[in-house]
Write a protein that binds this ligand. Structure first.
Ligand SMILES: [Zn+2]
Length: 94
């Protein structure tokens, strides 16, 4: 079990790190926006994932949510692909 002190140090470290990243983003012209999945702020200079919201449009997510973003994007792409195949099948049949 984590001690309260350890947890407090961890949180402080996390906040300090985020604050530094935020300053860097503002000073260097990168965006500083909430992640669409977890709503934590992250900067355009940081590693990130991509959450697709349509065939050719996506949002950046924070690094932590990259695997989840990929999972959701793959699912969406598969759905779009299947829909297209179905539409084509109808077209050929008709
Ligand atoms: Zn996130």
């Amino acid at each position: 079990m984590l001690s309260i002190e350890f947890r407090r140090n961890f949180e402080e470290q996390y906040r300090e790190e985020r604050w530094k990243e935020e300053q860097f983003a503002h000073q260097n012209g990168y965006f500083w926006l909430p992640c669409p999945i977890c709503h934590r702020f992250f900067g355009g200079h940081e590693d990130c994932g991509t959450l697709m919201i349509s065939w050719n449009r996506g949002w950046n997510t924070c690094k932590r949510c990259a695997p989840e973003a990929k999972r959701r994007s793959d699912k969406l792409m598969k759905e779009i692909w299947l829909r297209r195949e179905k539409e084509q099948a109808y077209r050929w049949a008709g």
